[in-house]
Design a protein. Structure first.
Length: 352
């Protein structure tokens, strides 16, 4: 009995010692990760210790507003870049004019630049996220639609996707819907066999339906493009530093995790067959104004970050594990409100 008491007492002492060690022997009971040293400083960046990142908040799920914060895929990726560079992050809404924001020195980098529409006045990175008009079906075995197959599509009215369907398959093949959410409801209910929408925005809208809708991309209606990061053409040091980190995030799977968090899956489009060539500028911009979980962006197939999507990036808007996208999924990486590993911390809500 005495020996047992001695063993229990020794075990208790050891556990107490380990607790003190984990707390840094400070008695504070909290662990603070070691902050990285900043890898870049002015004049390479405009503000000491902070990476200023431009996004377009009218382009969810890349970036949008939720509960008063700027959130989205690009915010998460930018926060991971800042973290790797040992910097805090300030998210700035630059709207649809990234060139002016870069030229005026308002931001250091801009995310979400479509390579197909990139301005020659700034440098762009290799793409980190694919884009293009995709054909969605309820399963991968639905087959590739052909002009003589009586295929039926839903697409948001007046969008580039709707124009692409009409151009390739005829007006009779198209069921126009007021919102992209309605298009996926029609697919779920069997009213149509396919939905045409921007690949990223369509996945986000389907993932955000009540209960989520598991869909497959079976083909493309245009050759895929990609979203890139922009930096001033004369800032070779930042191009190198931020570009190398972005490439590392793509290579080590971090961006895949962020995609799965917001979209329910990671996205690869290059191996998919392309039907026709609907790359004309007619129709909307596939920015889809689609209420509810795929909301009111502006021109075409888009999805706003409303509907409590603000929880999707953790409390700080960085690569967070938060409460998921819309009201689903909490498998994001390193959230700043408990699982974060970055210096991007409190800045991811769009303010320094």
């Amino acid at each position: 009995m005495i020996r047992r008491r001695f063993v229990m007492a020794a075990l208790g002492a050891a556990l107490a010692c380990m607790t003190l060690m984990l707390a840094g022997c400070s008695g504070s009971g909290s662990y603070q990760p070691e902050l990285k040293s900043a890898e870049v400083a002015p004049p390479v960046i405009g503000e000491e210790g902070t990476l200023r990142v431009g996004v377009n908040t009218e382009n969810p799920p890349l970036a949008g507003m939720g509960s008063g914060k700027i959130i989205g895929i690009d915010v998460d990726i930018a926060s991971a870049i800042a973290d790797q560079l040992g910097l805090k992050i300030s998210i700035v809404d630059v709207g649809s004019d990234p060139a002016a924001a870069i030229a005026d020195g308002k931001v250091d980098v801009v995310m979400g630049i479509d390579a197909a529409n990139a301005d020659s006045s700034y440098w762009v990175s290799p793409s980190y996220l694919p884009t293009g008009i995709a054909v969605f079906a309820l399963n991968a075995d639905a087959g590739i639609p052909t002009a003589d197959s009586d295929a039926t599509f839903a697409a948001q009215v007046s969008s580039k996707s709707a124009w692409a369907v009409s151009n390739e398959f005829g007006e009779s093949a198209l069921t126009p819907t007021d919102t992209l959410k309605d298009a996926f409801v029609a697919l779920r209910d069997g009213t149509v066999k396919y939905v045409a929408a921007d690949a990223i925005i369509g996945l986000y809208a389907a993932h955000g339906l009540d209960g989520g809708l598991d869909v497959s991309i079976v083909s493309m209606l245009m050759k895929p493009s990609g979203y890139c990061m922009a930096v001033a053409t004369d800032n070779a040091d930042l191009q190198k530093a931020a570009g190398d980190v972005l490439a590392s995030l793509a290579g080590n799977g971090t961006i895949d995790v962020i995609e799965r968090k917001w979209l329910g899956t990671s996205v690869a489009l290059d191996s998919l067959p392309v039907i026709g060539d609907s790359s004309s500028s007619e129709g909307g911009d596939d920015g889809d104004s689609s209420g509810d979980s795929s909301g009111d962006s502006s021109d075409g197939d888009g999805a706003t970050a409303d509907e409590d999507a603000s929880d999707g990036t953790g409390d700080e808007g960085d690569t967070g594990s938060g409460d998921g996208t819309e009201d689903t999924g909490d498998d994001g990486t390193s959230g700043a409100d408990g699982e974060g590993d970055g210096a991007s911390g409190d800045e991811g809500d769009g303010t320094e």
